[in-house]
Design a protein around this ligand. Structure first.
Ligand SMILES: Cc1cc2nc3c(=O)[nH]c(=O)nc-3n(C[C@H](O)[C@H](O)[C@H](O)COP(=O)(O)O)c2cc1C
Length: 366
């Protein structure tokens, strides 16, 4: 099974599975001399941790990170940074009854087509739990970005039919932790939470939209052909299980606009050339233009639900039914927020090193 790594110079490999001993990441290519503590990584993991509210899975994991290599005396030493989190609260028993019954909406049947088997204990390597790897690597990437004053934040902008009002992008970070939905509009967040709980009660789940914003990005990040910044962002975000579509800036709404409405006009600002609007979402020709980078992703409803659904029994090769009892997120969006911002940070770290914004072997200024 290949495809566990991403990045050219800031290379991230993730490993582990939902019901195995551990999950984690190796970050190869992080320059030496970056201040990095266990707390930096743990703080990010705590934002992704399950069991923190009624609207996330009740799986109780402390998700304590162990750093195995790459950091010496509080700084990266230039060698691969290896971190892992041991799985603690695995309960495979609930999966026994659905062992040969692929879950509708999940990867089980496709994994069988490819590998001849699938890990019926929560999806194994295909589980959302493996995104701990992205969050670990994202924590390292975020510290690198911070040396240049760049920050990344994600928020939920829609759950089902409930849409949040627009919030000043500089205020998102201070508002999202005030509710379990991670929505910056508090009144919409209440309605979203209610809808998620109603669907949970009904044995169903719901999807939504997550937006990730990069503040203070320098112009010039990205390579102009296959490694366009938006292409690399789309790849890493589409690699998050349950993400079904990506848009940058105006995104799919561009189909409704004329060029005069879509084009961002330039002007001379104090800190360089800026645009009067940001329909492009901070990227033109695959290269950042210095405006905030805005990426949105649509997240589908959690496939594992307790409502009775039709499936097949692979051991008997006959039609069957399934009722899924495991502990599942009734909505994945709140937990996707941190995975998305970590993923975006990983891509930016890679392009910052590739583009010479950061020295590849050592941090010159922290
Ligand atoms: C953070 C996170 C948590 C997830 N939690 C669950 C879950 O509890 N139950 C479930 O069925 N799917 C969950 N998923 C979604 C599945 O991993 C995903 O739907 C599945 O791998 C199939 O991939 P696809 O939906 O991209 O086609 C989660 C995904 C993420 C990123």
């Amino acid at each position: 099974m290949s495809g566990n790594s991403i990045g050219e110079m800031f290379k991230v490999t993730t490993f582990g599975s939902s019901h195995g001993p551990a999950v984690g990441a190796v970050v190869d290519g992080c320059p030496a001399g970056l201040e990095l503590s266990k707390k930096d990584i743990q703080d990010e993991l705590d934002k992704r941790r399950p069991g923190t509210s009624e609207i996330t899975t009740s799986r109780r994991e402390t998700d304590q990170v162990e750093i195995l290599s790459g950091i010496f005396k509080g700084k990266t030493d230039g060698t691969p940074i290896t971190c892992l989190v041991f799985n603690e609260d695995m309960d495979s028993s609930v999966y026994e009854s659905i062992k040969n019954k692929p879950r509708p909406g999940h990867g089980d049947l496709c994994w069988t087509a490819k590998f001849g088997h699938y890990d019926y204990r929560g999806g194994g390597r295909g589980s959302g739990r493996t995104t701990i790897g992205q969050v670990i690597a994202g924590a390292v990437a975020k510290k690198l970005l911070k040396t240049l004053g760049i920050s990344v934040v994600s928020h939920v902008t829609q759950i089902g039919h409930i849409k949040a009002n627009k919030v000043n992008i500089n205020l998102i970070e201070s508002k999202i932790m005030q509710n379990p939905v991670r929505c910056a509009d508090q009144s919409a967040a209440k309605k979203m939470e209610k809808l998620i709980l109603e669907l949970k009660e009904d044995g169903d789940s719901i999807g939504g939209i997550v937006e990730t914003v990069v503040l203070n990005p320098p112009p010039g990040m990205g390579e102009p052909v296959f490694d366009k910044l938006d292409a690399d962002l789309a790849k890493i975000l589409m690699a998050i299980g349950s993400v079904k579509g990506i848009e940058i800036g105006a995104g799919f709404d561009a189909a409704n606009l004329t060029a005069y409405e879509m084009n961002d006009e330039f002007y001379i600002a104090k800190d360089g050339i800026r645009t009067t609007t940001n329909q492009s979402g901070g990227i033109l020709g695959g290269i950042s233009n210095g405006m905030p980078i805005i990426v949105r992703m649509v997240v589908k409803p959690t496939p594992s639900i307790s409502k009775l659904q039709k499936t097949v029994d692979l051991s008997k090769m006959e039609d069957s039914e399934i009722q899924i009892k495991g502990r599942h997120d009734p909505c994945i969006c709140p937990r996707v927020t941190i995975v998305a911002e970590s993923s975006v940070a990983i891509v930016l770290a890679d392009h910052l090193i590739r583009g010479g914004f950061i020295h590849p072997s050592k941090i010159l200024k922290n």
